[in-house]
Design a binder for this molecule. Structure first.
Ligand code: SAM
Length: 507
């Protein structure tokens, strides 16, 4: 069977499989990596993904360890890689907006430092990540409102979703919840062998799930185009064995899938405008329609166990509604159908940002340089470069002063040790651009950077600065009311007798 990069991603990215390009925090691009086809298709580099941080031929993204930093192509791939080498030698042009966005400089000085640093850096970079439901939620193509990570992690926990569970979901919408549910119920992970690493586990103490079957998500969506789009994503993401999507109006037609084994779900999630209309299909016993259209249907057809619900497990349900009126209608219908333990929750999640503020470094002008560098080595290299330029600048200044002194003293113009014409030209250029305040700023900043560069190898940058934390004001989530309820397992006379036999004589 095909494996899913969401469930068993392995250690490296692979061809024909989904990867997530991490551009920067909260900005991700999902890409199905295409292997290069024959050069006759006009693509010399093969397929290319263009981002604001450069162009990335898929050949540079395939078979990379997850988490790797990938440098943008140095080739101008403006024509999406078509005959890419025609642009050889041209560096991709980067507008000042892009520079500002990439490193998020905050002060004028940082912007200036960043510009200088970027000029010396050839291209941008991204990190390649293995797909997770969280990354997919933040990068998926939105066809509807979606359920965000803070909500679905709480919902799946309250629904008791775990490997081997069977979940019903309606409507599927953009598939954000679907992916999270698929991961939660997947039971094909290889057995853990952490004991090999000397860690004690109590894995054997975990009770087996009664009536355990292969974990599955039965998903329903009545909008045809959404259903088709999600079906192809499920296929592309290797989730076909675990997610079964049906094109259906669940309020009128219910959840039974004909010509297939009973669903036997123990968890239900309804993200529908009128979830109360679907509840009549989720009772313990149902009256099946007669297959004979001439036969009198209800109420003469007998009640039979509902194949949608697990026969011997309590059923956990969650409905997700933005309005309190929807909540009250859902709750009164749940009550009338015998659901118990009904409660409503509204989540208010907050991200707390924790970081060190490099107060000292910011003052010294390092921050702009370091933020734009791909790694510490690059930062050090740039600082050394700055240091070299500083030394050259001071030498030029010293020579110039000497020359002026000689001129003042009426000495001969040409002497040994005088700069040749080329150096003189450079001096004049430097003089033109670096004068007055600008000169002062450049000199002091450059010497500060040079002094940092000399100290850098012995300093632990990550330990510098004050540790601060603050809640972030905005969190991307669609706030809704979550209604939870439980349908207890059926309790027959035989169950009662068995309970009496087992528990009767005890306190
Ligand atoms: N939970 C989804 C996600 O995380 O991406 C988003 C669901 S979206 C808000 C609601 C979906 O329910 C829509 O796509 C809509 O077409 C579908 N829907 C509405 N009524 C339905 C019904 N009676 N049966 C099946 N699907 C329905």
């Amino acid at each position: 069977p095909r494996t899913s990069p969401f469930l068993t991603p392995g250690s490296h990215s692979s061809a024909s499989s989904l990867s997530i390009l991490h551009l920067r925090r909260d900005q991700h691009t999902p890409v199905i990596l295409q292997p290069s086809s024959s050069p006759s298709d006009g693509y010399i580099e093969g397929p290319v993904t263009n981002t604001r941080f450069g162009s990335f031929p898929h050949s540079t993204l395939i078979n990379q360890p997850w988490g790797s930093q990938i440098r943008a192509s140095e080739v101008d791939t403006g024509s999406r890689g078509r005959k890419g080498w025609e642009g050889k030698g041209k560096k991709r042009k980067r507008g000042s907006d892009e520079i500002a966005d990439e490193v998020r400089p905050e002060t004028e000085e940082e912007v200036e430092g960043t510009r200088k640093a970027i000029k010396t850096s050839a291209t941008g970079f991204v990190h390649i990540l293995s797909p997770t439901p969280e990354l997919w939620t933040s990068s998926l193509p939105h066809r509807t409102q979606v359920v965000y990570t803070p909500d679905y992690s709480y919902i799946l926990h309250r629904l008791r979703a775990r490997p081997g569970s069977v979940i019903i979901e309606a409507g599927a919408g953009s598939g954000s919840f679907t992916h999270a549910a698929a991961r939660a119920v997947f039971d094909g992970y290889p057995a853990l062998s952490i004991q090999d690493e000397g860690i004690q586990t109590n894995a054997s103490a975990e009770p087996a799930l009664p009536g355990k079957q292969n974990g599955k998500v039965y998903s329903f969506e009545f909008h045809e185009q959404r259903c088709t789009a999600l079906q192809s994503e499920i296929k592309d993401h290797g989730l076909e064995g675990i997610v079964e999507l049906t094109h259906r109006d669940v309020c009128t037609e219910g959840f039974t899938i004909s010509n297939s084994p009973p669903i036997h779900a123990s968890a239900i999630f309804l993200d529908l405008p009128a979830p109360w209309l679907a509840l009549k299909h989720l009772t313990r016993r149902i009256r099946r329609k007669s297959l004979d259209p001439s036969a009198n249907p209800e109420p003469t057809t007998p009640l039979t166990p509902n194949p949608v619900l697990h026969p011997s497990l309590p059923i956990h349900i969650c409905t997700f509604s933005p309005c309190i009126e929807q909540v009250t209608r859902t709750i009164s219908t749940l009550r009338s159908h015998g659901w118990l333990d009904i409660s409503m929750v509204e989540l208010s999640a907050k991200k707390i940002e924790t970081r060190r503020e490099r107060v000292g470094l910011q003052e010294e002008g390092l921050r702009g340089v370091n933020a734009s560098a791909a790694n510490v080595e690059e930062a050090v290299e740039r600082l050394r470069e700055v240091e070299g330029r500083t030394r050259w600048f001071h030498e030029m200044e010293a020579r110039k002063e000497k020359e002026q002194e000689q001129e003042r003293d009426g000495a001969e113009a040409k002497k040994d040790g005088e700069p040749d014409d080329m150096v003189k030209g450079e001096m004049e250029k430097e003089n033109d651009t670096v004068n007055g305040k600008e000169k002062e700023k450049y000199t002091s900043k450059a010497s500060r950077l040079a002094s940092i560069a000399s100290r850098l190898p012995t300093r632990k940058l990550y330990k510098e600065g004050r540790l601060v934390h603050r809640p972030e004001p905005e969190l991307k989530m669609h706030t809704s009311y979550l209604v939870f309820a439980i349908f207890p397992r059926e309790w027959s006379d035989e169950d009662e007798k068995e309970a009496e036999r087992v528990w009767g004589g005890r306190e």
